[in-house]
Design a protein around this ligand. Structure first.
Ligand code: PCA
Length: 324
């Protein structure tokens, strides 16, 4: 009993001390739900930071587009509406074209490749971030992107005129190339759009299918392993530079841990989510070989267009990627 009392008192006084020392508080905006694995990883990161800095830095996570919409989060941090944020890298391609390197179809086929690509992409992202007053903290991929569909997909004609849900310029371009009609739907609205009959198919992870409980309207999932898009977490340089050097290095250490933890979680979820789709009645199938070849050729076309439009910075990533 005495022991219990002492530890309770310690907890109270520690809590009190950390409150007194809570000198800095950051708002972190994200466009994904609190339950999403990326957001859970951020929440763990924020707990780690609070613990490591003994309450000197507190990061409040604002999920679900509440502080800023997914596509506006980078600008919101640049403008000081939030000190930190998370978004999908492809949401930044208009401003930072190399942020789209991880959404080129059929370049990356495994987590190992995704990691190699990230190592080559990272210095350029850091440079562009620095020019805009941002500091990169870490990036974590979504599980590989597959094709979800309400109807079986046996050939190109099965896409014709269908409403294909898109979430960025890559998915939009692919929908166009396939002859489908692109429909932009935020990840958090997928369930609603399906229920309202606004979409017939989409290319995204099995996990996003699970998080939106797409079974029912979605009957087929094809593991085409098309790309591994990443979410990136960053902070304004102004907010970061205002920290003491010790706190800065504790933040970077927690960010590195979050990156490792996030990659492991993503890989584990890649297979468990496909299994969960199957258990809920979604048929997990392969697309016919001919169609696979055709989609891959489309991917090559997309990648040529991309390298041509981005230029040298794209070569700086892909030349070493292909010769390593
Ligand atoms: N889920 C997000 C992006 C990639 C993914 O797997 C989405 O569908 O919007």
């Amino acid at each position: 009993m005495k022991k219990l009392l002492i530890s309770a008192l310690c907890a109270v006084s520690l809590g009190h001390a950390s409150n007194l020392m809570a000198q800095t508080s950051w708002k972190l905006a994200t466009g994904y739900r609190a339950e999403s694995f990326h957001t859970q990883n951020i929440t763990q990161f924020s707990r780690d930071v609070e613990q490591a800095t003994r309450g000197k830095l507190v990061i409040q996570v604002h999920p679900n587009n509440t502080l800023a919409k997914l596509n506006d989060i980078k600008q919101a941090v640049v403008d000081g509406k939030a000190e930190a944020g998370e978004t999908i890298m492809t949401s930044m391609v208009k401003d930072i074209p190399i942020a789209g390197a991880d959404s080129i179809p059929f370049v990356v086929g495994s987590y190992k490749d995704a990691d190699r690509l990230w190592k080559l992409q990272r210095p350029g992202i850091e440079k562009h971030f620095a020019q805009r007053g941002l500091k990169l903290l870490y990036a974590v991929p979504w599980p590989p992107q597959g094709l979800h569909s309400s109807k079986p997909i046996l050939g190109r004609a099965d896409f014709k005129g269908t409403q294909m849900r898109t979430y960025n310029s890559t998915t939009q371009r692919i929908a166009e190339m396939l002859g489908a009609k692109p429909v932009d739907v935020a990840m958090v609205d997928v369930g609603k759009a399906l229920a309202e009959g606004r979409m017939d198919n989409m290319i995204t992870s099995a996990l996003t299918g699970v998080e939106n409980k797409v079974w029912g309207p979605i009957k087929y999932y094809y593991e085409i392993n098309a790309w591994f898009p990443k979410n990136v977490v960053f902070v304004s340089s102004k907010a970061f530079d205002a920290l003491t050097p010790e706190t800065r290095s504790l933040v970077l250490k927690s960010a590195a841990d979050a990156e490792t933890r996030g990659w492991q979680a993503s890989e584990a979820l890649a297979s468990s989510a496909t299994e969960e789709l199957r258990q809920n009645g979604v048929k997990i199938e392969r697309i016919p070989r001919d169609l696979e070849q055709e989609i891959k050729r489309m991917g090559e076309k997309f990648s040529r267009e991309w390298v041509r439009s981005v230029g040298n910075e794209a070569n700086a990533i892909f030349v070493p990627y292909y010769i390593q």
